[in-house]
Design a binder for this molecule. Structure first.
Ligand code: LMR
Length: 399
């Protein structure tokens, strides 16, 4: 069984971190995996998280199993975070939430659940999309198709082709949408464009599945809900995968959620019982720690205010870094207009670097960038900025 196997390729994103760790070059730069870094290149534990953990440690009384779908109070916090407290779908009890190990598990549980009821559906993802999206849905047995999204010429959204494609997605298919901070491009829809997508979803009858991994990293917790709210208004059913890796910095605690919104409360309860089965046969029930942190923070007004301040500081740091980067590229005489980098949202910038240029930067400069040219803007620090800009200038000479 195990002899003579060809090794699998390294993961397109997490594999880069491994390669970067093993690189002896002292100037090495990791702009690969999407983790927040401060100006010293550290990924600190948020103080609100540290405080919540201290509280949990001193008050916890058991390590017994969690419910299959996680704690009810966690579900409520997640629902209020993604939809806003008092949203009509919550009042009508149309939403159910499962605590999952990260956003990836939320996507996979959602995929397993959907496969049971829509075995012949296709899943549509944006072109491009997060490197793991196709794998997650293909592993659940789905055919994955693409809708146009990004226009490399304008470095912006190709909305005309996107909406035309979505208007032709068959009823009953599943369309994966990035709720905000599109990964990998950083290019988001306007409120008006979300309204149009929502109208098409409702007319066509395809199921929206939102990947909401960066809430609070775009324009703010409430502002980043715009797309989701438009879809919930227009569509009776949808799924949302949340991640608290980035906004709470809980990367290694694998803290996420799958929220199912159904047409009415009875349908939500019945459907969600199948989500529970998808979880039980996979990882049984969620790891508690990250969920306890989120509930401890969101359930306490003072802790919440502190966390929201830390989240805003991370968002503002990345926005400032974008501007600094654009200015530094100009100062270094890097040819081209890079102002689009300052317009993009969230952690990533689709830099426009070709795969050959990405390879040059890795092989000769020890600068690690995801294939396709996605840069983690948070990985740019005052100490690597000049090296990075000078190296990009060299790379751009390659065609
Ligand atoms: C990323 O896109 O870099 C993050 O979502 C981390 C991951 O799991 O790929």
């Amino acid at each position: 069984m195990f002899s003579d196997r060809t090794p699998a390729p390294p993961d397109a994103i997490l594999g880069l971190t491994e390669a970067w760790k093993n690189d002896p070059n002292p100037s090495k730069v990791n702009l690969g995996v999407g983790v927040f870094k401060d100006e010293k290149g550290r990924t600190p534990i948020l103080q609100s998280v540290k405080d919540a953990e201290a509280h949990i440690l001193s008050t916890a009384t058991t390590k017994s199993y969690m419910p299959i779908a996680g704690a009810p109070e966690y579900a409520q916090h997640v629902q209020e975070m993604i939809l806003g407290a008092g949203h009509p779908a919550l009042v009508a009890k149309r939403a159910r939430t499962a605590h999952t190990p990260g956003g990836t598990a939320a996507l996979r549980v959602g995929a397993d659940f959907l496969k049971k009821f829509a075995p012949n559906a296709s899943v549509w993802v944006s072109s491009p999309t997060w490197a793991n999206h196709k794998g997650v849905f293909q592993s659940a047995g789905f055919a994955v198709k693409e809708y146009p999204y990004y226009d490399p010429l304008t470095k912006g959204l190709d909305f005309a082709r996107m909406i035309e494609s979505l208007a032709n997605v068959p009823a009953g298919d599943i369309v994966l949408l990035h709720a905000c901070c599109h990964n990998p491009t950083g290019v988001d829809l306007s409120a008006q464009q979300w309204q149009e997508v929502a109208a098409v979803a409702s007319q066509r009858g395809w199921l929206p599945f939102l990947d909401f991994a960066y809430q609070g990293y775009g324009d703010g917790l409430a502002e980043d809900r715009t797309g989701l709210l438009a879809l919930v208004d227009a569509c009776p059913e949808l799924l949302v995968a949340s991640s608290f890796s980035k906004n709470f910095g809980l990367y290694q605690d694998r803290t996420g959620a799958l929220t199912l919104i159904a047409a009415d409360s009875a349908s939500a309860t019945a459907s969600f019982s199948h989500v529970a089965i998808a979880i039980r046969v996979n990882y049984s029930n969620p790891p508690a720690h990250g969920g306890l942190i989120v509930s401890t923070i969101l359930g306490d007004p003072a802790r919440r205010v502190k966390w929201e301040g830390e989240l805003a500081a991370m968002r503002e740091h990345i926005a400032r870094t974008r501007t600094t980067f654009v200015q530094a590229l100009a100062t270094h005489g890097v040819p081209g207009d890079f102002s689009f980098i300052a317009r993009q949202k969230g952690m990533f910038s689709f830099s426009g670097l070709s795969d050959a240029q990405v390879k040059f930067l890795r092989d000769t400069k020890s600068i690690y960038i995801v294939g396709g040219g996605r840069i983690n803007v948070a990985g740019i620090t005052p100490s690597n900025l000049d090296y990075l800009c000078a190296s990009i200038r060299e790379a751009l000479a390659i065609r």
